[in-house]
Design a protein around this ligand. Structure first.
Ligand code: GDP
Ligand code: IMO
Ligand code: MG
Length: 443
């Protein structure tokens, strides 16, 4: 019956896809609990690379995968993703929640237009229509769910929605004038009725299916999208996404009780990155940041945008521990830091002369925080083969300085690091069965 949550502990792109794929070997079902095609989760197996936007990363292992009701789904992109897997010989055993909301063609148009209007104040969204789709859901009018898309009421529903949105469709440039509305409606109707037909065989009651599996003693892994600091309630508002990325989102999104969750794994990069705008106290705007970006291939999986890079931030990890109830950490991309010395870890903020140990609520205050660092000695540059050898041998084979770095994080967050990733591939992973020697006392 144990439920396991994999949640991003920073600003997204922590390597959740890789960790989910690694853990999926031993689970029966993988459930994506939030977000939409703004996510980009990468899984690398031998020389094959899979970039998932909607389908849970457990699909590569042939596990049952569920797109939960907490998600917003662009049917066109979902069908493309299904076809992509089929071309690679994987028939996904997929369930799409009847409760999930549908992203329609006007949602990305509204998303981009609203960003353009904001100018300098923009959020830096992925432009995938995520905010507008969740807004429609919350307004409880003008929204389409998967259950509508696959039913014969779709025509009636979408006609009403488009009628209500007419003014906005014109204002935001989806159509030129009101004479185009009929044509626009017919295009959507034809296209989306067809998508509905194609998706019919996958739809179901996610909550029922997941809870039955848990009751039968099956292991269910809940895959979060984005990260803690991008959560709509707990992130650096308004520079956030529009869903609950935190671990609690697994319960609300998938319709499972909190008592079903036994393990909550926070995935953290060995440094920090962020795409889009918003505060980032440890950001490196000089050559070390560029070096990390190049070594780590830090370009967005969904949009290709360069990711902002900076040092690891312990305040963020402790914040993620608190708001997610983390039981452990998975540390990724440790290999990327090789050859960089000294390495810095932010252990406090200085805000107008005051020392802060907790991540502030106010985004304006976070903008003003100056990081206080401890320095650690780095280790020499290692090649891909050397990292693979280390991964085979296990934790003890890591360079001593790398072990010091890992154990410093353990001590300061007071959580066990149970997985260390040293490369994008499935095999480039170290699972730590015994707890490390580091005395975790929450400095
Ligand atoms: P996600 O959104 O959290 O699933 O992360 P992304 O897939 O967007 O970004 C993580 C990137 O880092 C992907 O390109 C992964 O293939 C890659 N990656 C994951 N873990 C490691 C690692 O330990 N080392 C290196 N070098 N790359 C990794
Ligand atoms: P994964 O699941 C990193 C960011 C965007 C923007 C903000 C709001 O791959 O970790 P949105 O399009 O959601 O309205 O954009 O959130 N963002 C992500 N950043 N990884 C993601 O997903 C992201 N999904 C959204 O860049 O700053
Ligand atoms: Mg990503």
């Amino acid at each position: 019956m144990p439920g396991i949550v994999v949640v991003g502990a920073q600003f997204g792109d922590e390597g959740k896809g890789k960790i989910v794929d690694f853990l999926a070997e031993k689970v029966d079902m993988v459930v994506r609990y939030n977000g939409g095609s703004n996510a980009g989760h990468t899984v690398k197996v031998e020389n094959k690379v899979f970039k998932f936007h909607l389908i849970p990363s457990g699909a590569v292992r042939g596990k049952k995968v569920v797109c939960s009701g907490g998600m917003v789904i662009n049917p066109q992109e979902l069908i493309e993703e299904i076809r992509f897997l089929e071309r690679r010989g994987i028939e996904p055993d997929l369930v799409v929640s009847l409760r999930a909301h549908v992203t329609l063609p006007y949602h990305p148009v509204f998303d981009r237009a609203s960003e353009k209007r904001k100018g300098e104040e923009k959020i830096g969204t992925t432009g995938k229509g995520i905010g507008p789709t969740y807004s429609d859901k919350m307004k409880r009018v003008e929204a389409i769910r998967i259950e509508d898309l696959v039913s014969n009421k779709f025509k009636e529903k979408i006609s009403k929605v488009l009628e209500a949105k007419k003014k906005w469709l014109i204002e935001y440039g989806a159509i030129k004038d009101k004479n185009e509305i009929e044509k626009y409606k017919n295009v959507i109707l034809n296209e989306y009725t067809n998508y509905g037909e194609k998706l019919k065989k996958y739809v179901g009651d996610d909550s029922l299916i997941i809870n039955e599996a848990l009751d039968q003693g099956k292991k269910v892994l809940f895959e979060g999208a984005q990260g803690t600091l991008l959560d709509v309630d707990h992130g650096t508002y308004p520079y956030v996404t529009s869903s609950n990325a935190v671990a609690g989102g697994a319960c609300t999104g998938a319709g499972v009780g909190p008592n079903k969750i036994k393990r909550i794994i926070g995935v953290a990069k060995a440094y920090t990155t962020r795409v889009g705008r918003g505060p980032f106290p440890t950001e490196l705007k000089e050559e070390t940041g560029d070096l990390i970006r190049e070594k780590g291939g830090e370009y967005g999986t969904t949009t290709g945008r360069p990711r902002r890079c900076g040092w690891l931030d312990i305040l963020i990890l402790n914040y993620a521990k608190r708001v997610n109830g983390l039981t452990e950490l998975a540390l990724t991309k440790l290999d990327v830091l090789s050859g960089i010395t000294p390495l810095k870890i932010c252990v406090a903020y200085n805000l107008n002369g005051k020392k802060l140990k907790n991540f502030p609520v106010s985004t304006e205050l976070v903008e003003k925080c100056k990081p206080k660092y401890v320095e650690l000695e780095g280790w020499s540059d290692l090649g891909r083969e050397e990292w693979r050898e280390i991964a085979k041998k296990g934790y003890d084979a890591l360079p001593q300085e790398a072990k010091n770095y890992v154990e410093e994080i353990e001590r300061r967050v007071n959580l066990p690091i149970k997985i260390i990733s040293v490369g994008p591939g499935r095999e480039e992973t170290i699972e730590i069965k015994k707890e490390l020697k580091s005395k975790r006392e929450g400095i």
